[in-house]
Design a protein around this ligand. Structure first.
Ligand code: HEC
Ligand code: HEC
Length: 422
């Protein structure tokens, strides 16, 4: 029996980017892997994964513990839900697809085979990345595949000539070059500007302005539930219908796919997924990401998502001026929000999932704000991911209601899902 991935569908749902990789991986028994790199986790600033399976529901299994893969030598300690995202990260770092390292025999993937030399080179590279971060960067995750590769399989190590021609204004700061001295005003004068930039707002100012822009605390305070429907259009041309229910931090969503209904839910405690293949509980790091991405307030209560007040900087999205808040969540993930400097509305959220070989970014762009019972919601949400086969999914809401009665049983893990040893 060949292990293969029949299909990946990234669907983007709910209030924020629940990026769901439906990977039709066939379960497969594999020899237990040795956790050769377990010791490196601590130095990479990551929790060391448990070596023996923990009580079901409390800890996500690692790739090795799940034992589905046949030929994992280095990545056995990855949380199982990170394996395919990390593979996508490799592919996008190289600017290639899965077939750069893996063989496909007549439409049948053999991911376990080491036929391609690139796969073994990738293993050497994984070792190098773990080692560089450990020995040179004091165990922080600084160097990743993308640091060198930047979308090319052969990284560029020398500058391309000619260098860009410096613009006149930028010509002098280095002080180098013959005859550069006379014509340019001294540094102090050069910095005087007819339009001094306004003082930078504090993070609190930005969050308060956002709350006011979407309708104010009074309206938000009354918000209890949201139900919505819409479509998801993917860059690869696929389109699906989706349905969403939210009640506080509980949520349920369903996408209609050619393989049948794809459902995910969270009842305040237990996260789950149901597909044609069955039901599974979502646990550990995957559950944390799932919760953080889908509750009713995840794009409303932004301040609370930071462990400490974030830094603020200016930036641009297209020609719009934005303020960016940049900080870390309590579980150590980087999180950025981008606000329109003029309207105060949230335009973008970028989250980062740390893995042993790199930070995987996820971007959500929100637009078309419309008011429903006193609170504004974005009716278009575009999610961009590192999945090169399907980089962008756009969710468009066609129907949205707030504070209607929601059947709480929808959030519960379906009975068929009961875990084998509860
Ligand atoms: C740059 C090379 C590279 C690319 C591109 C790449 N992989 Fe991998 N893949 C690897 C390496 C290396 C391993 C083995 C890791 C180990 O030994 O711990 C692996 C292992 C796997 C496995 C486990 C197979 C088994 O049974 O042992 C799967 C599944 C997989 N890759 C899927 C994918 C998919 C899907 C893609 C495209 C999204 C992809 N890979 C892209 C290098 C790559
Ligand atoms: C410090 C810089 C650096 C980092 C970090 C790095 N690489 Fe590389 N990689 C290189 C260089 C340089 C080459 C080209 C070597 C050559 O031409 O012999 C290369 C080559 C490769 C190749 C072979 C490409 C080909 O065309 O045959 C693969 C596959 C690869 N890297 C995967 C990875 C993966 C996966 C990661 C992250 C785990 C990674 N690299 C991280 C520098 C880096």
């Amino acid at each position: 029996m060949k292990l293969h991935v029949l299909r990946f569908i990234v669907v983007v749902l709910a209030c924020a980017c629940a990026v769901v990789v439906i990977s039709n991986l066939r379960a497969q028994k594999a020899a237990a892997n040795e956790d050769k790199f377990a010791a490196l986790y601590a130095s990479l600033g990551m929790p060391v994964p448990v070596q023996t399976p923990a009580a079901p529901g409390t800890q996500e299994k690692t790739v090795a513990q799940e034992g589905r893969e046949k030929n994992i030598k280095l990545l056995g300690d990855l949380p199982a839900s990170q394996l395919i995202p990390v593979m996508n990260y490799f592919a996008s770092s190289m600017g290639r697809r899965c077939n750069f390292c893996h063989v496909n025999n007549n439409g049948q993937w053999d991911y376990a085979a080491d036929t391609k030399p690139e796969k073994n080179t990738a293993r050497e590279m994984i070792k190098m990345v773990l080692d560089i971060n450990k020995t040179t960067f004091k165990g922080t995750l600084q160097v990743s595949c993308y640091t060198c590769h930047r979308g090319r399989n052969q990284p560029q190590s020398v500058p391309t000539l000619p260098l860009p021609i410096p613009s006149p204004a930028a010509a002098n700061p280095g002080g180098a070059g013959p005859g550069a001295g006379g014509a340019t005003p001294p540094a102090g004068q050069a910095q005087a500007s007819p339009n001094p930039t306004p003082a930078m707002p504090s993070a609190d100012d930005i969050f308060n302005k956002y709350i006011a822009a979407i309708g104010g605390q009074a309206g938000i305070g009354k918000l209890k539930t949201r139900t919505a429907k819409g479509t998801i259009a993917q860059a690869n041309g696929n389109a699906f219908q989706f349905e969403l229910l939210q009640s506080g931090d509980k949520f349920y969503f369903m996408v209609t796919t050619p393989q049948g209904a794809f459902e995910r839910g969270f009842d305040g405690q237990v996260g789950w997924e149901k597909t044609a293949r069955g039901v599974r509980e979502i646990t550990g790091g995957e559950l944390a990401t799932f919760k953080a991405g889908n509750g009713l307030f995840v794009l409303i209560s932004l301040k609370d998502q930071y462990a400490r007040p974030p830094r603020v900087r200016r930036d641009k999205i297209g020609d719009r001026d934005v303020y960016v808040t940049d900080g870390a969540t309590a579980d150590g993930k980087r999180l950025r929000f981008y606000f329109d400097a003029a309207t105060g509305l949230l335009l973008r959220r970028v989250t980062f999932t740390p893995t042993m070989v790199g930070n995987i970014p996820d971007q959500l762009d929100v637009e078309d704000y419309r008011e429903i019972d006193g609170v504004k919601f974005g009716f278009i949400a575009r999610s961009s991911t590192i999945e090169s086969g399907n980089p962008v999914s756009t969710r468009t809401f066609t129907e949205m209601k707030v504070n209607t009665a929601v059947d709480d049983s929808k959030f519960k893990m379906p009975a068929a899902a009961a875990s084998p040893n509860p």
